[in-house]
Design a protein around this ligand. Structure first.
Ligand code: ATP
Ligand code: MG
Length: 459
């Protein structure tokens, strides 16, 4: 959990969200399940931002996950504002939210701000993460390092496939590697299909190397060798010494020992496998159990050795694929730069990279991108973070967490700690009853109110 986020949406006494008292500064995470009033409360916080912080609709960033959801949100905000304008002073006395607002403001006070907001609601900054990134990258092209005249949201499938083809072509010169590659992915199309998401991501590729797989196998073999020596007297007493085929069985034991002594991946000889053939354990349940337990690591080893060659071969081809992915990614980046195009994912990756990489501070007077965005949108409301998209959180965190000093170091701004930390059980539901979730608090920085519909999300 990010220690600067206050996961505090519930009133500690009633366990019900109190949109009238939620602080309008700091970073807040609201955890609530589906249909429990997250969007409802976002519209109420929005109204407070118009009235208490006197913000313009252009300057309240609202983010949600689909275009349809942005339209729904716009409609619900409009309804909330209209409701406030039409009914100011005549609200249900039970509604503590409007009771608190009407104590603070008269209709005369609120009319200009609300009327103005309604008039300009089509300019409200209500975006999906993609449309937000696109907007920022277009407006702040220079600060975000985007080349002039770039076509955004372009379809880059052809560029990606061509980069994969190019790598395949180059690999034909190394027959053994090419063979390894085409065993798993016969054509560039298969490779692109298999690694589509990986190719468009920037996260380093991690694979289990053949060397590690081999080392783990040999370690297990060495362990089994010692383990069987430790269990030798049990095995001899139960299966060999008193048996009429004592001699054959002793030989089998020796074959097993010899095989275990070899630090290689040769298959286990059949005679060695006979030593722990379950049909020999007899009927005595206790004896059977002790033998089963003693031989368990060996049975596992027999399975492993049967599959090791295939696993190593597979690991080799993935190792090669990982190298390919690095090469293809660079190729794709270059080709996109040349063609001046960015696809859907690039919008997010580019903004995240521009915000999180240390800027080359050639001009000490230039304003960092995060500050420019924060200047335009001093507050952000996010209606449901996308679980699948850690970049979205990284972007918002970079904008609302840090301020950049001229030396280029980053520090929290305007941080404060709410009194005490609370732990409560209970989540808000539309009818005001209480289900379950948790509330904690920590220090927060200025700027954003963040709402999240995903329970138990950790940062
Ligand atoms: N405090 C409240 N008082 C009256 N009605 C409420 C309250 N909170 C929510 N509602 C109503 O409950 C319904 C569900 O609320 P809302 O759409 O805000 O939930 P949500 O958590 O955003 O749902 P989803 O997970 O589907 O996005 C709506 O009709 C809303 O108007
Ligand atoms: Mg909702």
């Amino acid at each position: 959990m990010d220690k600067n986020v206050t996961v505090t949406a519930l009133d500690p006494d009633s366990n019900v969200l109190q949109p009238e008292s939620l602080p309008l500064t700091g970073r807040h995470l609201i955890e609530a399940s589906a249909g429990t009033g997250k969007t409802f409360n976002i519209t109420r916080i929005y109204l407070r931002l118009l009235l208490e912080r006197k913000l313009d609709v252009k300057n309240i960033l609202v983010m949600t996950f689909t275009r349809a959801a942005t339209e729904e949100l716009r409609g619900r905000i409009a309804r909330e504002i209209r409701n406030a304008l039409n009914n100011w002073g005549q609200f249900d006395p039970e509604d503590s939210y409007f009771a608190a607002l009407t104590r603070q403001f008269s209709l005369q006070d609120v009319y200009p701000a609300l009327h103005n907001a309604l008039l300009h609601l089509d300019e409200a900054a209500i975006f999906t993460i993609h449309s937000f990134c696109k907007r920022v990258l277009s407006q702040q092209a220079f600060s975000s390092g985007v080349a002039f005249n770039v076509q955004m949201e372009a379809d880059t499938a052809d560029i990606e496939l061509e980069a994969v083809r190019d790598w395949y072509r180059r690999l034909t010169r190394q027959a053994d590697k090419y063979e390894l590659l085409v065993q798993n992915w016969p054509a560039p199309e298969n490779f692109r299909q298999a690694f589509r998401d990986v190719l468009s991501s920037t996260t380093p590729v991690q694979i289990k190397s053949p060397e590690v797989i081999l080392e783990n196998f040999l370690n297990h073999k060495a362990f089994c060798r010692q383990h069987m020596l430790d269990n030798q007297s049990l095995v001899f007493a139960a299966l060999i010494d008193t048996h009429k085929q004592q001699e054959t069985r002793t030989e089998e034991w020796e074959i097993l020992q010899k095989w275990l002594d070899q630090s290689d991946i040769e298959p286990m000889p059949k005679a060695a496998g006979n030593v722990f053939d379950g049909r020999r354990y007899g009927r005595d349940a206790d004896k059977k159990q002790r033998l089963t337990e003693s031989f368990a690591p060996l049975k596992q080893l027999k399975e492993d050795v049967g599959a090791i060659e295939q696993r190593l071969q597979n690991a080799r081809s993935y190792q090669l694929a990982a190298l390919g992915i690095d090469a293809i990614r660079s190729k794709i980046i270059q080709a996109k730069q040349r063609a001046r195009v960015m696809n859907y994912d690039d919008l997010i990756n580019q903004l995240a990279a521009s915000l999180t990489s240390t800027p080359a501070r050639e001009d000490p007077l230039s304003t960092p991108l995060s500050e420019l965005i924060r200047g335009q949108y001093p507050v952000a409301l996010v209606d449901e973070f996308q679980d699948t998209d850690p970049q979205q959180y990284a972007i918002l965190k970079a904008i609302y967490q840090s301020s950049c000093t001229s030396e280029g170091s980053y520090s929290a701004e305007g941080s404060y700690t709410p009194e005490g930390s609370q732990l409560a059980e209970g989540s808000y539901t539309a009818d005001g009853s209480v289900a379950s979730s948790s509330v904690t608090s920590g220090s927060v920085t200025s700027g954003s109110v963040v709402s999240d519909g995903v329970a138990n999300k950790s940062f």
